[in-house]
Design a protein around this ligand. Structure first.
Ligand code: G3P
Length: 216
């Protein structure tokens, strides 16, 4: 059960890494645009915060598998913990197969159907990313999708990891893990909501008050 951060903000990633609870990072072109910096520099800084067991997903943007592979090699040369993200398209799947054959980890992203996940697994993907929030936006049950993928991956001993993405709230996190996701990638503001609870705050206030009175 792993937790990734879904952001390209190096300062935020550095801060949350201090918890020791973060196993990796996912980025995408939109998240890169939000920070407005050179992606190669950003990837270099993020990947240096983690050891070689971590996974830092970086998306290639190109029309052909050939061009995706050229970009992938550039990113992968930065650090071994960089995972290449490709879209679940014909060219993306071709690139996935070729990169996987060269032992480069690939995350097939923008997964909205069971059939997409099967092709991505066949293409040797290390990760597939079903987009839970966007499924919900389009009346697709993303949690059922994860359950179906989990069932068939288990039946066929498929080692591709299910990485639940497009997480908008804490219920998406718990439901994704319950449905069998291996990893959930979480926006920083949703991570904040994971540990907070009003009853924890109330209980702590009382404990602190009682402790002070005892030690008067
Ligand atoms: O992990 C994918 C994510 O960044 C997309 O999230 O909220 O734009 O659908 P969202």
């Amino acid at each position: 059960m792993k937790i990734f951060l879904d952001t390209s903000d190096v300062n935020i990633i550095r801060k949350y890494c201090e918890t020791g609870l973060i196993d990796g990072v996912t980025t995408n072109p939109t998240l890169m645009k939000q920070v407005g910096r050179n992606p190669v520099e950003v990837v270099s800084e993020i990947s240096s915060l983690f050891n070689s067991d971590a996974s830092i997903s970086v998306e290639v943007v190109a029309d052909s598998a050939k061009d995706m592979i050229i970009q992938a090699k550039q990113y992968h040369s930065i650090n071994k913990n960089v995972t290449i993200k490709v879209p679940c398209t014909y060219e993306g799947l071709k690139a996935c197969k070729k990169l996987s054959n060269r032992d480069i980890k690939v995350n097939v992203t923008l997964i909205f159907s069971f059939n997409q996940s099967i092709l991505a697994a066949k293409a040797g993907a290390t990760y597939i990313s079903p987009f839970i929030g966007r499924c919900e936006d389009n009346d697709i049950n993303g949690i059922d999708l994860i359950s179906s993928i989990r069932k068939v991956f288990n039946l066929n001993n498929i080692s591709t990891k299910i990485l639940a993405a497009s997480i908008r709230n804490i219920d998406h996190i718990s439901e994704s893990f319950k449905a069998g996701a291996d990893i959930v990638t979480i926006p920083p503001k949703v991570f904040e909501e994971m540990y907070k609870h009003s009853l924890t705050d109330q209980g702590l206030e009382q404990f602190n008050k009682d402790w002070k009175e005892l030690n008067k």
